[in-house]
Design a protein. Sequence first.
Lengths: 414, 173
Amino acid sequence: MEPFIVRYRNLLVLLILLVAQIVGLAVQVRRTDSGRNLVDLQDGPGVRLIRLWAEAVVSPPERLVHGMKLGTVSLWQDYLDLRHVREQNQDLQKTIDRLRLEQASLLEDAQQGQRLQALLSFQEKYVYKTVAAQAIGSSGSDQSRVLYLDKGKDSGLEPDMAVITGDGIVGKVREVYPHTAQVLMINDQTSGAGVILETTRIRGILRGNGVGQLQIVGILADQRIQPGEKVLTAGGDQIFPRGLPVGVVEKVVRDPERDSFIDVMVKPAGHLDRLDEVLVITSMQPRFSPEEQQDMAASEALKGPEVEQAKAQKKAAEIMAERLPALTDPNLPPDEQPLHETAPPTIMAHPPQAIHPDRFTPGNAPTPEGLTEQPPAAGKPEVVSKPGQTLAPAPGTPKAKGPAKPGEPPRRNP
Amino acid sequence: MPVLASSMRRDMEIRRYPVLVYTLVPLGSLVLQAWLPRLLPGHVWFDLPLVVTVYFALNRRSPVQGTLLGGCMGLFEDALTHHAIGVNGIAKTISGFLAASVGIRIDVENHTIRVALNFLLSLLCSGVYLFIYRFLLGLDLDWSWFAELFKAVGNSVIALVLFPLLDKTQIRD
């Protein structure tokens, strides 16, 4: 008779393996206060070690295969398929020139917006520093939509950093390994991001469904939500900066579980299933990056004399406005300025009587005729102004900055 | 005596492979499973580690080896996801055990049987995965049986091409 272990060896091995894995699963899942089961967001040391091993085994061949693919594509695109490249170059150069000008003006607007926000004590975080990374792999499963990047802790990546492309958001960094990182994509069932509809300003939570579509859940039925409306990040989740494109509304469907709620299906702005290069936002600061500051300085230099002339004109106008305080009131909006008043002007009171009247006292000023025809008084030298010669100012009057030019309005003392 | 005869017949039919094939093919299947979905957008309509598990379990005809191989492949797949480790492990452990157990009793040279077995084991693997996730762990999961059916068909097609290629690598006495 065969021993029990030998006879049932196959079944025993199966049983041991199954029990070990079930126990391992039980360790990873916990029950919340609300009675729901959840997988721990942070892996335990043992689980993390297994993931690290798997990543260490799979990642190098993935890099190799990915590198071979890039090499083949590069060989084809850079050396073999070069038709119409010259025309494309010219078109692109024109586009770059146009975009530079547009960017410069937009940066100035943004800078002005920042100043206004600073005045309002409102801190808006701007994307300050990003790290470009290549997507080298995935989980290989529809149930887990994750990406593997070729950059990790050694490049400054950390968990919960936002991952984006030029088109829109992609996901967030979930796990960071020494040379790679795992990114949880926004169309996974367990992901979540705060979003806002651009026109209607309705907020919701974006998540993925079983087939990898994006949907905004938990929104009360609203007739204003129409297909085509843009969806942006709301910025409240502390991961994605506010205002990044997410996608556009594709359709609105009724929530199958709650009658008064709807699910908004969203078409992603980025090609989530064809990602090659992504950007990881490693730092968000309330100021411009050095590159943007350089761009702004370059645009200022490009504009050169025109900007200086405009600034000088603006300065002169401001000086004039300061010297004419009665005409404008900086504390009032334009339509409420004194010049725009519709009420009859008030009659000014007579100035007080001077204690020691002189020739400048109102009413005592000599007429021009009197000045030309009256001979000089005895004992007083005649003062004759010559071209290029300035007269000494009267005591108590501000010093004049220069001779008046033809056509310039007469200066008035403030 | 009949047991000995049966054992001898079984031993003669066990296929052997070079160590490189036995290590590189499972590893290659894991790498390709993680890499190919990026090239082929849309649904992941294949499960290469399962196909390789079924192949080696069928041809080695050892339930222990099939169980261990399936368990390792499943755990590796789980480790690459962000889900709990062990769901795929259990599903593929059972698949490997069943494939090896069936392989002892059927003619593994028949392509139709191989493809049919792949199809059935793929659906079984999906069913076990769903059972563990929803009922054993009590977690929420959106599920599409249509996608799983599509995956089972994909696995069968891959098996139809891959199995004859791998047959050529076996060591013949």
